[in-house]
Design a protein around this ligand. Structure first.
Ligand code: PBG
Length: 327
């Protein structure tokens, strides 16, 4: 009988040993909670396809933001859902539009205790659900959209956002927003660029969350899931245009992309664990098919291990609680 000379199991035999040799840890301070605020709501309204996530009223948003700070998470990413949408998404630029009002509310509530970020995109505000302005032939007009993003970014910075997140995948969006912020006296407002954004089926539940009326898809501006090298080009461009951080989205199906992006640039890299990633785990757990809490921590650990320093996740507050119990 011969015995193995090397026994990796020695380092797995007790919780104490496993904790000692653990290579990757997720800290609450690296988690960012995306939050939805819906104009005109008196009470928060559940989002059926995202069990546990709600569209907030202005009041409930303030309260939940304070709780998120208390949980020790690193940031909040705000999305606004207006009552009325129009062709140009004017509610996103209007200083009294729901997102800009909500930024002010949250800043008044939490100040600098966490990083307040805002999604900078028109799709929540347009009647057609596209991320930009439409040309007469129905295609999304890149350069006309850039002008709208510049105004929207300035409106968000004036409302007090610490970081704006251009997410519409228009060419040149980071540079245009950077210049507009600087010209308006907001040189200190940072840009979290959704640099790599794939045209993904996993955005499904988000459409309900923001009441999107999108017909068709976003393939003329979001990336083809088949492409990796294209993502490196996207991040290099965004960094050159002034991105302070870059993000990869979705997260779990794109861990190889995350890892390659991490190696390519030296700015902090974030990943967005999106609505469909959340809902898949919640649905399987509700059926008793997987252990929810273990699955949540496993996905977050894997995203972290692949190279994300910051993770946007609808589980941010919950995960912070689980992590506290763990260490
Ligand atoms: C654009 C935006 C989207 C998401 C975040 N920002 C939708 C899209 O681009 O199709 C999706 C987030 C999620 O699915 O959780 N405003």
């Amino acid at each position: 009988m011969s015995y193995p000379e090397v026994r990796p199991r020695r380092l797995r035999r007790s919780p104490a040993v496993r904790r000692l040799v653990e290579e990757t840890r997720v800290a609450p301070a690296e988690l960012v909670l995306p939050m939805f605020v819906r104009e005109g709501l008196a009470e928060p309204r559940p989002i059926a396809s995202m069990p546990g996530v709600v569209q907030h009223s202005r009041e409930s948003l303030r309260k939940a933001a304070a709780e998120a700070v208390h949980a020790g998470i690193g940031g909040i990413m705000l999305f606004g859902v207006p009552t009325a949408k129009d062709e140009t998404g004017s509610g996103g630029i209007d200083p009294d539009g729901i997102l800009n009002v909500a930024i002010r509310d949250v800043i008044a509530e939490v100040g600098d205790a966490t990083v307040v970020m805002s999604d900078l995109c028109l799709d929540e505000f347009t009647s057609h659900g596209h991320c930009g302005l439409l040309a007469p032939d129905g295609t999304v007009d890149n350069d006309a959209t850039l002008a709208a993003y510049a105004e929207m970014g300035v409106a968000q910075a004036e409302a007090g956002a610490h970081m704006v997140g251009p997410s519409g995948m228009m060419d040149g969006q980071v540079g245009v927003v950077r210049r507009a912020l600087d010209a308006a006296g907001h040189a200190d407002t940072a840009i979290l660029a959704y640099a790599v954004k794939y045209s993904s089926s996993f955005y499904g539940p988000f459409r309900e969350a923001v009441e999107s009326s999108l017909q068709g898809d976003r393939r003329t501006y979001q990336q083809d899931p088949a492409n990796l090298r294209e993502s490196l080009r996207e991040v290099r461009l965004d960094v050159a245009e002034g991105a302070d951080l870059v993000m990869v989205k979705p997260a779990l199906p794109y861990l190889d992309v995350l890892s390659a992006v991490r190696a390519e640039v030296d700015v902090p890299v974030a990943a967005y664990q999106i609505s469909g990633e959340y809902s898949m785990v919640e649905a399987a757990a509700a059926n008793g098919w997987i252990d929810r809490d273990r699955a949540v921590l496993e996905t977050l650990t894997s995203i972290r291990r692949a190279g994300a320093q910051i993770i946007l996740t609808y589980w941010a507050v919950d995960a912070a609680r689980m992590l506290r119990d763990r260490y």
